[in-house]
Design a protein around this ligand. Structure first.
Ligand code: UD1
Length: 420
């Protein structure tokens, strides 16, 4: 397995291109199942999860083809030959569950392997299933698979989510687009990636009101048509490189990044002493003087994202004073803490909260990556640390970050991948 070697201590200076959002690309690709016509997505990030979703769609019978040589535009289309999403693909990526709503709405049936647990918690899909049942699906669980059927099609209904789940909102939104009648989805998640999906569905002929709010009203249509849709820039990649620049005392231009998608991240970074400003071509991020400890709690958008928690904790590890970081979305998302402590951080976890006492500097060490965001947080820690850090077991990184070593090296970081 590949490792990443970092010699820390170099402030990052330069420009970093921000790619298309992984968490927008995956549901948008699943939306390709909703139409017999061609859906073209542009600004597609070149990530392992995107390849996994392409493999899943292909085995459903969809042709997924590059439109441009760089692979950043993908065309999706073709007849659906199989309504089964097999365990072998779903176990690699939980977002595979996003094919459930589209398959059910278009074909009247779907069999999708249950994703099971993952490193950051149990992550059930009960809200997806309950929502689809409210649209008239008959669902049973058998031999590790969700069997869903709607022989006479889905019908619009009022669905109130008890928790604003991102994936459940996306599955129900896609299914409701092809249901008979009107669906009102209340307490919907409103992450920018959901807005992006909704805009693409509208371009495909869906009728959706309330985009960007927590109540979506969807008037079902008989069929959707083809469209071309550009994927929004990745706000988590943006926040990650902003933390990298701040933790190393540098200044970067994050090309193509959007301030209006950052939600609480921009405010919290500013409170911590980081300048975050709109600039020609993107977002300018610069550490001002010292960094200050700021308390954060992860929440659904526009609150502070759980996907930025580990990276922000690295920043707080080298800030003046203490910070309390509270995780409310996933129950087991502090796996980076023991590794950061091995690098000299002073972090104590008490239940769902971590107290981070800032230290003058971290020191390089061999560390072990666990989930995707934990992996990148260890890279950030390595960049900020004195000495050499080797991040082991980095395969998760390629699921969510494109060319991370190249992007960082172009800004002066001493970083290289050691193939394993
Ligand atoms: C999405 C993101 C992920 C991010 C997360 C929270 C994608 C592909 N992934 O994941 O990067 O960390 O949002 O912002 O977009 N839950 C249930 N029952 C359900 C669904 C969710 O209990 O049916 C719980 C989960 O276990 C978790 C919480 O709700 O504790 C949040 O999950 P959810 O918002 O659904 O996240 P994902 O869509 O899986």
């Amino acid at each position: 397995m590949d490792r990443i070697l970092i010699r820390g201590g170099q402030p990052l200076h330069g420009e970093i291109p921000i790619g298309g959002a992984k968490n927008a690309a995956l549901p948008l690709m699943a939306a390709g199942l909703l139409t017999a016509e061609r859906l073209v997505l542009t600004n597609v990030p070149l990530l392992a999860d995107v390849h996994t979703m392409a493999a899943l769609l292909r085995q459903h019978g969809i042709a997924v083809e590059p439109v441009t040589n760089d692979g950043r535009s993908l065309s999706l289309g073709g007849a659906i030959g199989s309504v089964e999403a097999p365990y072998d693909i779903v176990r690699k990526m939980r977002a595979s569950i996003l094919v459930l709503g589209p398959l059910l709405a278009r074909m009247g049936e779907a069999r999708v392997s249950l994703p099971g647990g993952c490193a950051i918690g149990t992550r059930p899909v009960d809200l997806h299933l309950k929502g689809l049942e409210q649209l008239g699906a008959v669902i049973r669980l058998e031999a590790g698979y969700v069997h869903a059927a709607a022989p006479r099609g889905l019908a619009g209904a009022k669905v109130v989510l008890p928790f604003a789940s991102v994936g459940a909102t996306e599955n129900i939104l896609m299914a409701a687009s092809l249901a008979r009648g009107t669906t009102v989805l209340a307490n919907a998640a409103r992450e920018p990636e959901i807005g992006d999906l909704a805009l693409c569905l509208v371009a495909m002929g869906a009728r959706i009101e309330g985009i960007g709010t927590d109540q979506l009203t969807i008037e079902g249509v008989a069929a959707l048509h083809g469209a071309t849709h550009p994927i929004i820039p990745d706000r988590i990649e943006t926040g990650t490189y902003a933390c990298a620049a701040a933790a190393t005392g540098g200044a970067v231009l994050l090309k193509g990044a959007r301030l209006d998608h950052l939600g609480a991240v921009a405010r919290i970074l500013r409170e911590a002493g980081v300048e975050v400003e709109d600039a020609p071509g993107g977002l300018a991020v610069r550490r001002l003087n010292g960094l200050h400890g700021v308390d954060v709690m992860t929440e659904p958008y526009p609150g502070f994202p759980t996907d930025m928690q580990a990276q922000f904790m690295v920043l707080m590890s080298v800030a003046d004073g203490a910070a309390m970081v509270t995780e409310t979305i996933f129950e087991n998302r502090f796996m980076h803490v023991p590794e950061l402590n091995r690098m000299g951080a002073r972090i104590n976890v008490h239940g769902a909260s971590a107290i981070v006492r800032g230290v003058a500097s971290l020191s390089g060490a061999p560390v072990m990556a666990t989930d995707l965001r934990a992996s990148v947080s260890l890279i950030l820690a390595g960049l900020a640390a004195r000495g050499e850090t080797v991040v082991n077991r980095v395969y998760h990184l390629d699921r969510g970050y494109e060319a991370v070593e190249q992007k960082l090296a172009a800004c002066g970081a001493e970083i290289e991948r050691i193939p394993g």
